[in-house]
Write a protein that binds this ligand. Sequence first.
Ligand code: NAD
Length: 296
Amino acid sequence: MTTIAFIGLGNMGLPMSKNLLGAGFTVRGFDLAEIAREHFTEAGGKAFTSVAEAVQGADAIITMLPNGGIVKTVYEGADGVFANAKNGALMIDSSTIDVETARAVASAAEAKGFSMVDAPVSGGVGGAAAGTLAFMVGGSDEAFARAKPVLEPMAGKIVHCGPSGNGQAAKACNNMLLAISMIGVSEAFNLGRSLGLEDQVFFDVAANASGQCWSLTSYCPVPGPVPASPANNDYKPGFATALMLKDLRLAMQAAGSTGANTPMGKKAAEIYTAMDEAGHGGVDFSGVIKHLTNSL
Ligand code: NAD
C-alpha cells in the first residue's frame, strides 16, 4: 500500500501528512483552505482542489477534520470519499468526533465494500510533528491490521480498542478523566495554599502518595515542580481549554446516549464551559487552577 489521500491539513493533519511523506508514502492532499494546501505542497505532497480528486486511486484515505458533521459530509456527500474512492480502499478517520457518527460512517463504509477505522489521537500538535501520537483505534481485526502500517510513521503508540467507535469511546473517556483529575489536583493545591502549605511541599507529598496522577506529576498546574508544564509558561497551551471542552462535550453526549452516570464529568464540563465563556478558551486547561480562584 503506497498511495494515501489525506483530507484536512490543519494544525494536526499537516504535520501528520509530513511524517507519511517522510516514510516514503505517496500522499495526495486536500483541505478547503488554500494556505493549508500550499504548506502541504511545500512539504512535498501533491495537493488537489477537491475530495473527489484527492482520493482518486488512493489505497488509504485519512481524514483529520474539525467535527462529526464535517466528517459525515466528507465521506457521504455526493462529491465525497465514498463516491470517489477505489474499490476496497481503507478509510481512517483520525478526527475527534462523537461515537455515534463514527459508528454510522463506518457502517456506511462497510456497506459499500470499504474497510474503515476510527483512529483519534492524543499527543497534540507536538506529538503530530514528532510522529509520536497515541492512536486509539476502533474497527474490525482485518481493518486494524491494514491500518497499522499506515499509522506507524505518525505514531508512538497504537492501541486496538475494539469494534467501530471504540477508538472515539476511549478518547472521550480518557479526556473526561483528565479534565476531572486536573480540577482535582488544582483544588488540592488551592486548598493547600489557603492552609499555608507550600506548593513544592504538597507536590513532594502527593507525588509519592495516593494522590499521584498524570495531572500532578507530568502536567502540574502550579509553576515550579514540573518545569515543562504550561504553568511555567503563563498557561500558554499545551492543550487549550476550548479543545478540552470539545472533548468533554463529546463525552457528555456519549454519556447521555448510553445513560451512564458521570456526575464528575458533568461538573468538569460546567467548570470548563464557565472558563471558556469568561474568555479563556485559549488558555491551557491547567489554567483552571486560576479560574477556580477567579485569578485568571
Ligand atoms: P484545524 O482546524 O487546525 O484543522 C482542520 C482542517 O480541516 C482545517 O485546515 C480546515 O480548513 C479543514 N477542513 C474543514 N472542513 C473541511 C472540508 N470539508 N474538507 C477539507 N478540509 C476541511 O484542527 P486540528 O487542530 O488540526 O484538529 C483536527 C482534529 O484533530 C479535530 O477533530 C481535533 O479535535 C483533533 N485533535 C486536535 C488536537 C490538537 O491539539 N490540535 C489534539 C488531538 C486531536
